[in-house]
Design a protein around this ligand. Structure first.
Ligand code: PEP
Ligand code: MG
Length: 532
């Protein structure tokens, strides 16, 4: 019996079964350059592979919308451009050109410490992998053909690997790499398959006939358990299932505390797909729409019209308030189509509202799109990384300008739209009382607030154990902000990771927090804490 402790639970649950080692084919590109005469043939090979992959993905779109995004990647001219220029300009063969282009495109996303962005890199690589398999004429392993119960252990799984998973046989998933926001995590969660990701080296030395017990509650794996442990896991698995169904049955209960306070229970989202998923949790609204994803997944600054299409659909879908945060780019989040100057300290640099206020035209396009969307639901605007009253006023001024323009153009919007701000800098904590006189609401961003208060980079793995939103300094800051907001009569919410941590709920309620906004997967657990 061997115990391995792991950190990241992507989908909760308990499982015990034999192992299935998921072996990846060799995707190494063929070596060697091509001659001038071979250039056209290489380009044709790419086109043929692209058509073949498109046909497969088009079939899968009905099963999962992720594949619509994959089809867009395939059709994106940057992919074709990259490959063609490497074949024509550098005389690379099509496989090498594909490999290098995919890595270049994925690198833009993979550079951030944001799990969500890293997973966009995974989408690009997934498409690359399909194309490469087609070019090399290799068939990909098929999890759909599994005929007995197993826990799948893989280096990493991509959306296309998971499409045919049958939850009757796949009892658990463990990946050596990958993050909690990966599509495999999302798919596994939607199928209630316990999943642990980013566990580190495990495959090597794992016997094909090994048995695994996994606890994706506490983040634990046991390889070849003894009989007593196995029996214990079987029992826990059953009680976990019961508990899950019990929590699900609470979904229709409104989030009201024992002393009668109605709490707003909201979701954090990055796109329309996330909103659809969150709706299943019976949410009160969206506490954080991270609009930067719309910018990062594009090949150009999205136009007012393109943004309006997304925001207005989001507003119509959202059952209550839809809080759209204006562009929060910079720091570790880059755009493939915009050159940022290299900075010594990007997290202390040109990011978020600082960029928006400097690039006023771009900012106003976003504000106009949000304002127009406010005609389709209850939309609020939230500004990120505010540190001074002047900044907040300048942002508000830009909103006023956009309102005047829209009025003159006869376009509808919500005149009384609320303007709020993230509290995620020490300056905004210290000036909370003053800000509360200007802003209509606060949302505490504990991810950045913890980083800036403790002077610990939120993505630094070496310091991960010291990066702690339960640090007394962070707790005191949160309490002060809530008090300051309430003194001035505004609502205070939280949309950092802490809001989704069920262990912190009672403490935050005691401090008076009005709104909890989190990734959808945590909502059942937080609701129970609020009501219990
Ligand atoms: C935060 O900083 O807590 C937050 C919610 O914003 P982001 O994680 O997008 O920086
Ligand atoms: Mg932040």
């Amino acid at each position: 019996m061997k115990e391995v402790y792991v950190a990241k639970t992507a989908s909760r649950g308990i499982a015990a079964a034999g192992v299935l080692k998921y072996q990846e084919p060799d995707y190494t590109p063929q070596s060697g350059d091509v001659t001038d005469e071979q250039i056209e043939t290489e380009k044709e090979k790419f086109e043929k592979a692209r058509e073949a992959v498109k046909a497969v993905l088009a079939d899968w779109v009905s099963q999962n919308e992720i594949f619509a995004a994959h089809l867009e990647i395939l059709d994106d001219f940057t992919l074709q451009d990259g490959i063609y220029s490497k074949i024509e300009g550098e005389h690379k063969n099509v496989q090498a050109a594909l490999h290098d282009t995919i890595e270049e495109l994925a690198a833009v996303f993979a550079m951030t410490d944001d799990d969500y962005m890293c997973e966009r890199a995974a989408d690009i690589r997934d498409v690359g992998k399909r194309l490469m398999a087609e070019l090399k004429g290799i068939s990909l392993p098929d999890l759909g053909s599994l005929s007995k119960e197993a826990i799948v252990v893989a280096r990493d799984l991509y959306p296309s690997d998971t499409v045919k998973i049958n939850p009757d046989f796949v009892k658990g998933i463990i990946t050596e790499e990958g993050g909690v926001t990966s599509h495999v995590s999302i798919i596994a969660k939607s199928m209630n398959i316990p999943t642990l990701v980013g566990v580190g080296p495990l495959l090597e030395g794992l016997n094909e006939d090994a048995v695994i017990c996994m606890d994706a509650e506490r983040g634990m794996i046991i390889i070849d358990p003894d009989e007593a442990t196995l029996a214990d896991y079987q029992m826990r698995k059953e009680s976990y299932e019961k508990e899950r169904l019990r929590l699900q049955s609470l979904r229709n209960t409104p989030a009201v505390t024992k002393d009668g306070k109605r709490i707003s229970l909201c979701a954090n989202v990055g796109n329309l797909e996330d909103i659809q998923k969150a709706l299943e949790m019976n949410i009160d609204g969206i506490g954080l729409f991270r609009s930067e994803f719309l910018y990062m997944e594009n090949t150009h600054f999205p136009t007012e019209e393109e943004q309006f299409q997304v925001y207005s659909k989001a507003a119509a879908l959202c059952p209550g308030e839809l809080t759209i945060r204006t562009l929060d780019i910079g720091g570790d989040k880059e755009l493939s189509y915009f050159e940022f100057d290299k900075e010594e300290n990007p997290f202390l640099g040109w990011r978020a509202i600082r960029i928006s206020l400097d690039m006023k035209d771009m900012f106003k396009q976003q504000l106009r799109a949000i304002l127009r969307a406010s005609n389709f639901g209850h939309v609020r605007i939230m500004f990120p990384m505010i540190i001074s009253i002047e900044e907040f006023r300048a942002a508000r001024e830009a909103v006023e300008e956009c309102k005047a323009e829209l009025k003159a153009e006869g376009k509808a919007y919500d005149e009384g739209i609320e303007l709020g701000m993230m509290i995620e800098t020490p300056a905004s904590v210290l000036l909370a009382q003053e800000f509360a006189r200007e802003a209509d609401f606060f949302s505490i961003g504990t991810n950045d607030l913890t980083q800036y208060l403790l002077a610990i980079d939120r993505g630094n793995k070496k310091l991960a154990d010291k990066y702690d939103y339960l640090h007394p300094a962070v707790l005191r800051a949160i309490s002060q902000v809530i008090e300051a907001g309430h003194r001035e009569g505004i609502k205070v919410g939280m949309c950092g990771e802490m809001a989704g941590d069920y262990r912190a709920v009672k403490m935050l309620l005691e401090m008076g927090l009005d709104e909890f906004s989190m990734s959808a997967g945590n909502i059942d657990y937080v609701r129970e804490q609020i009501c219990g």
